[in-house]
Ligand binder design. Structure first.
Ligand SMILES: Cc1cc2nc3c(=O)[nH]c(=O)nc-3n(C[C@H](O)[C@H](O)[C@H](O)COP(=O)(O)OP(=O)(O)OC[C@H]3O[C@@H](n4cnc5c(N)ncnc54)[C@H](O)[C@@H]3O)c2cc1C
Ligand code: SF4
Length: 278
C-alpha cells in the first residue's frame, strides 16, 4: 500500500479515486482496512490540506473532536455531541470530517455478512440480534447511524463545503436503495473541506448509552432553538442521522421487536432536550 501526502487540495483530489482513499485521523479507516471492509492500494493523507480549526461560524473538516469539545465559540450542541463521542484518545485523533463519514457499526456488516448494505437482498439484523438498531427508515437496512456530531449538525442546519460544491448537511445522507447501497452522497474523490455552522439562540445534546462513557448512542438527541422554533435530530435511530419533526413523530416509529425500547428511551430524552433549550 502506498501513502501519498499532497500539499494542496488539487493534488489531493487528483490522487483520490481509482483504488485510493482519503486518510484523516485513521481511527475509522484503518480498522476498516484491517478487516478488509475497505480495499485501497493508496492512502491519501489529507491532514495537511483539509482546513483545521474554527474561524467564526466556519469549522475546518480536519478539526479533531477533542478540539471541538473545548471550542467556546461553537454551538453547545456540537460541543456536547463531540465530548460524548468515543474516548479521549479517539477524539484527539478523529476529525469531524471523518466522523461524518464513518460506516455503520452493525455487527453483521462489520463481520462481512452478505447483507442488504453489502449489496445482498436480506437484512440479517431483522431476523437476528438487533438491540442497537433502528426505529426509523429501516425497511431495507435497519442499521443505526453512529455519529453524534452528525445529529448536532443536522439540527443546526449546517452547510457542508467540499472541494467542488456546498450543500445542506441533510443532503450528505441518503437511505440505501436497491440501486445504490451507500448512505452518503459524496461523489467519488470528493473532499469535505469545511462546515458552516449557524449560531443558534440555544442548543443541547443528550445521549443514552449502554454505559456511562465510551459507547455509541442508543439514542442521541440534538435540540436547537432559533427564532422561536426548535429543530430536533436523532443519532442511533435510523441508517442516517434523523430529523425528528416533533416529539409526536416517535408515535410513528417502526421499531423492530428488539428496538421498541428505543422509542421509550427517546421520549424522555426529547422532553429533556426541549426543556433545556426552552
Ligand atoms: C471504538 C470507537 C468508538 C467510537 N465511538 C463514537 C461515538 O460514540 N460517537 C461518534 O460520533 N463517533 C464515534 N466513533 C467514531 C469516531 O469519532 C470516528 O472514527 C472519527 O471521528 C473518524 O475520524 P478520522 O479523522 O479518524 O477519520 P478516518 O478514519 O481518517 O476516515 C474515515 C472516513 O472518512 C473519509 N474521510 C476522512 N476525512 C475526509 C474528508 N475531509 N473528506 C472526505 N472524506 C474524508 C475517509 O476516507 C474514511 O472513509 C468511534 C470510533 C471508534 C473506533
Ligand atoms: S442492518 Fe443494514 S448493515 Fe446490518 S445486516 Fe441489516 S442491511 Fe446489513
Amino acid at each position: 500500500m502506498r501513502l501519498v501526502q499532497p500539499d494542496s487540495v488539487a493534488d489531493a483530489t487528483s490522487a483520490l479515486g481509482n483504488g485510493s482513499r482519503a486518510l484523516a485521523g485513521g481511527t475509522e479507516l484503518v480498522p476498516l482496512l484491517r478487516s478488509k471492509l475497505v480495499e485501497a492500494d493508496t492512502l491519501v493523507d489529507v491532514r495537511a490540506v483539509v482546513p483545521r480549526g474554527v474561524q467564526g461560524t466556519t469549522i475546518g473538516a480536519g478539526t479533531t473532536l477533542a478540539e471541538l469539545e473545548v471550542a467556546p465559540e461553537i454551538p453547545a450542541v456540537l460541543r456536547e455531541s463531540c465530548s460524548l463521542a468515543a474516548s479521549p484518545q479517539l477524539r484527539s485523533m478523529g476529525t469531524i470530517g471523518g466522523n461524518l463519514l464513518q460506516a455503520t457499526r452493525c455487527w453483521y456488516w462489520r463481520l462481512r455478512y452478505p447483507c442488504y448494505l453489502h449489496g445482498g437482498d436480506v437484512c440479517h439484523a431483522r431476523q437476528g440480534a438487533h438491540r442497537e438498531h433502528a426505529i426509523f427508515g429501516n425497511e431495507r437496512c435497519a442499521s443505526a447511524h453512529p455519529s453524534d456530531p452528525a445529529a448536532a449538525l443536522l439540527a443546526l442546519g449546517a452547510t457542508v463545503r467540499t472541494d467542488r460544491r456546498s450543500f445542506p448537511i441533510a443532503d450528505l445522507y441518503r437511505l440505501p436503495t436497491d440501486d445504490d447501497r451507500d448512505v452518503t452522497a459524496l461523489e467519488p474523490g470528493e473532499l469535505i473541506l469545511e462546515l458552516e455552522v449557524p449560531q443558534p439562540e440555544a442548543s443541547t445534546y443528550v445521549k443514552a448509552m449502554g454505559r456511562n462513557r465510551f459507547s455509541f448512542a442508543l439514542v442521541g438527541v440534538a435540540a436547537v432553538r432559533n427564532d422561536g422554533e426548535t429543530r430536533l435530530a436523532l443519532a442511533g435511530v435510523a441508517p442516517v442521522p434523523w430529523l425528528l419533526h416533533g416529539p409526536d413523530e416517535l408515535d410513528r416509529a417502526t421499531p423492530l421487536p428488539g428496538t421498541a425500547y428505543k422509542v421509550d428511551l427517546a421520549r424522555p430524552l426529547v422532553r429533556r432536550a426541549l426543556e433545556a433549550v426552552a
